[in-house]
Write a protein that binds this ligand. Sequence first.
Ligand SMILES: [Zn+2]
Ligand SMILES: [Zn+2]
Length: 144
Amino acid sequence: MVVEDSSSGTGQCLCGAVRYRYQGKPASVGLCQCRRCQRQSGSAFLIGVVFPAEAVTIEGELAVYEAAVHDGSRLWRHFCRTCGSAVMITLDRFPQIRSMMGGTIDDPDIVQPSFSIWCSEGQGWLRLPEAVTCFPDYPDGTFA
Ligand SMILES: [Zn+2]
Ligand SMILES: [Zn+2]
């Protein structure tokens, strides 16, 4: 993928030991309400802000937790070993992308989710805006 957008931005974990820069606008922004993402985030969902892999430059050391997903493919949850912030997800099915966790992005204006996956596992109180398309599970071709 070619990064043509000259805009850029930054993000970091809670303690600042891990920082990153991204180029261009996100390819997609989506939520995941699966139980695994609830556990990892300690919240009702995780926000995946997806960029082409080459658009993201990371400074600092990320620890990684490898988890199988429902279909047997592999997924890596990268987090700060000092403060525990979830920073990034990578997937073996989509090696060309980096899914940066929305709460770590310095400019919250770029975090505009258009969809959520795994709404069937969501916490019952949660009501998403109408602009956020809700998928009960993980539709093919979705990056999150
Ligand atoms: Zn940290
Ligand atoms: Zn999930």
